[in-house]
Ligand binder design. Structure first.
Ligand code: SF4
Length: 267
């Protein structure tokens, strides 16, 4: 199996996996979404809320506010499977004390740990009118996406098989089929008498071009064992860390399964 990284930034990564199987790629995708630990606000104690927003909605907004959850931030924090994880006292404390008139933003959340804070400063949480007060204590904990969406580290985690476009040389060149491509991947070049493929990896395999060609000049398929994988995150964790952790988790699961099988499935 080969992996080629096509692009990578703080919150987005695209890579090609060659010579792999669908179940393996899908297992990585699922592990990345639901088995990679991430930090999010779990307990909220609303001492005072004069705003028009219901307490439940405010607590939900706080829970979904992305918090820095990279490897450095996660180090030493207890996981849901550890004893005492549920304790209110066990986690990273946040304070939110504001008075209107103002819009309260994510940057107003004061963390007890300088490493663990909102990823973005400008997420609006609630609007306070003149004289309205807000006094909230919250505790963030490490969790998994399988328990709640706030702990899913990926906002996009998808793959597609590597597209393949072929032309039927036995029929007349159908230049018009290129116009049907909604992504502008195909370009008619009458001078060189061919249709150029500008970026095959951008092809969604929608087959609009195939349907537009009456004589069957163009055909769109895919490579069975090659994949284009895209991971995007909310900025809480770099996509590379999500991928590496997902691979670790999958490896641990495979080891457990092998051990279980070796022991005759007795436990
Ligand atoms: S399958 Fe769709 S995206 Fe791909 S080349 Fe044809 S029209 Fe364009």
């Amino acid at each position: 199996m080969e992996i080629e990284v096509k692009s990578q930034s703080d919150d987005e990564m695209v890579f090609i996996v060659r010579d792999a199987e669908v179940p393996f790629i899908n297992a990585i995708r699922r592990c990345a979404m639901v088995n990679v630990p991430k930090i999010a606000i779990e307990d909220v104690n609303i001492i005072r809320n004069d705003s028009a927003m219901f307490n439940e909605v405010l607590a939900h907004r706080l829970g979904l506010t992305p918090l820095v959850s990279d490897l450095d931030a996660l180090e030493g924090l207890s996981l849901p499977e550890d004893d005492g994880w549920e304790d209110y006292s066990n986690g990273i404390k946040f304070q939110l004390q504001e008075e209107g008139p103002k819009v309260v933003y994510s940057k107003d959340l004061i963390s007890s740990d300088s490493k663990i804070k909102p990823v973005y400063d400008t997420i609006p949480l609630v609007k306070l009118k003149e004289g309205e007060k807000l006094n909230i204590e919250a505790v963030a904990k490490v969790g998994y996406g399988k328990e709640h969406a706030k702990w899913i580290p990926t906002t996009v985690c998808v793959y597609k098989q590597y597209p393949e476009i072929t032309f039927n040389e036995d029929v007349e060149i159908d230049y018009d089929c290129a116009q049907a491509c909604p992504r502008g991947i195909l370009k008619s070049d009458r001078r060189s008498k061919k249709i150029k493929i500008l970026d095959i990896e951008d092809c969604t395999m929608c087959k609009s071009c195939v349907r537009a060609s009456d004589n069957g000049y163009i055909n769109v398929g895919f490579r069975e064992n090659d994949f284009i994988f895209r991971i995007e995150t909310d900025g809480a964790m770099p996509p590379k860390e999500v991928l590496l952790k997902a691979c670790d988790v999958l490896g641990e699961k495979a080891d457990k399964f092998i051990k279980f099988s070796d022991e005759g499935g007795s436990k």
